[in-house]
Design a binder for this molecule. Structure first.
Ligand code: SF4
Ligand code: SF4
Length: 332
């Protein structure tokens, strides 16, 4: 029988042992229904999730809720919205209690005297031209000033089909700002013309993502196995989609047969009661979903399936390490 130790030499086995101790239990929280941008293709607004619940305004209720979440085993809070930095008291309620990741568009700087080690993921949608079309402004010019050189921040670079051949300039700009970058692909939830992926474009962007990782290993936090899976939508000869997605809110998950999934995962709306279907859009067609975290998690929960060859198991380790770096469970 193939086992982890029979497939790996010592160095890789030691890497495996480090991550196998982590037992990450994440959940996602909409901190607010408001945002200081309205991006075309924002899954939150386009699916009406901003109207699904009334925001809880009393920070003491947030504090009590977070204590309950910790009691049910959550050890990583992923804050999204809307724009979490519009409600820093709520963000602080999480940060004081447990490891916290804050997604932001970077227009408002998280004050580091209040949140010294909180990991911040700054969204970036393509280059200046794409950002103007999709988000109404070039956010990088502001966010890169707010976070230059920050060791607890990285760019979450959503690559659009128009970025093919252009990603290197963006990666260099991020490197020159003293920051890291992680890449994912646009899902185009609002059907913006010319922003849909074709099969050939997905092949081209996979090659380009691989090149970026080879050329800028100190800046790009990624893995080639992740690039393969997110561009092909396939892993272990299976297609990604509703039947496989690991990031479905557990109490709403009635799938039969049940796939491997994130244990205890819930995405809560900002009333602290309403649950959303999954980590992303309530209305997205799962067959078109390119969500990076869902694909990463898909790999991570399917460890057993990867214990069939050295190459596949090493791919699994690299994806797990990437996730652990992005959420500060291991250093960059
Ligand atoms: S910044 Fe984020 S939350 Fe705000 S509209 Fe854009 S994608 Fe949506
Ligand atoms: S939209 Fe994406 S993240 Fe949500 S259930 Fe479907 S595949 Fe999973």
């Amino acid at each position: 029988m193939k086992t982890v130790s029979s497939l790996l030499e010592e160095e890789w086995y030691n890497r495996y042992k480090k991550i196998s101790k982590l037992h990450i239990r994440s959940s996602i929280y909409d901190v607010t229904n408001r945002c200081n941008l309205r991006c075309k293709g924002c899954f939150f607004f386009s699916s009406g999730e901003h109207e699904a619940a009334r925001e809880e305004m009393d920070v003491r209720k947030w504090e009590a809720f977070i204590d309950q979440e910790m009691a049910r085993g959550v050890n990583l809070a992923i804050l999204i919205g809307g724009e979490p930095t519009l409600c820093l008291d709520r963000v602080a309620a999480f940060y004081k209690r447990l490891p916290t990741f804050c997604a932001t568009n970077g227009l408002i700087k998280v004050p580091r005297d209040r949140f010294p080690h909180m990991m911040v993921g700054i969204s970036l949608w393509g280059d200046e031209a794409d950002e103007k079309i999709l988000r109404g402004r070039d956010t990088f010019s502001i966010s890169s000033k707010n976070y230059a050189g920050d060791p607890h921040a990285y760019y979450l670079y959503t690559i659009t089909p128009k970025q093919i051949g252009k990603t290197e300039r963006i990666v260099k700009k991020i490197r020159d700002a003293g920051l890291k970058v992680h890449m994912q692909l646009l899902s185009n939830d609002e059907g913006v013309d010319q922003f849909f992926w074709t099969g050939d474009q997905l092949k081209d962007i996979r090659d380009e993502m691989d090149q970026m990782l080879d050329r800028y290993p100190d800046t790009v936090i990624s893995s080639k196995y992740y690039h393969q899976i997110i561009t092909s939508g396939r892993m272990l000869d299976r297609p990604f989609g509703w039947n496989e997605c690991p990031s479905v809110t557990e109490p709403m998950d009635k799938r039969d047969p049940a796939p491997k999934r994130l244990i205890g995962f819930i995405r809560y709306a900002s009333d602290l009661k309403t649950m959303h279907r999954c980590c992303t859009s309530e209305t997205r067609d799962c067959s078109t979903c390119k969500d990076g975290a869902a694909h990463m998690s898909w790999v991570m929960v399917n460890k057993r399936g990867h214990i069939r060859s050295e190459t596949e198991l090493k791919g699994w380790i690299e994806v797990y390490e990437m996730f652990a770096k992005l959420y500060q469970f291991i250093p960059w």
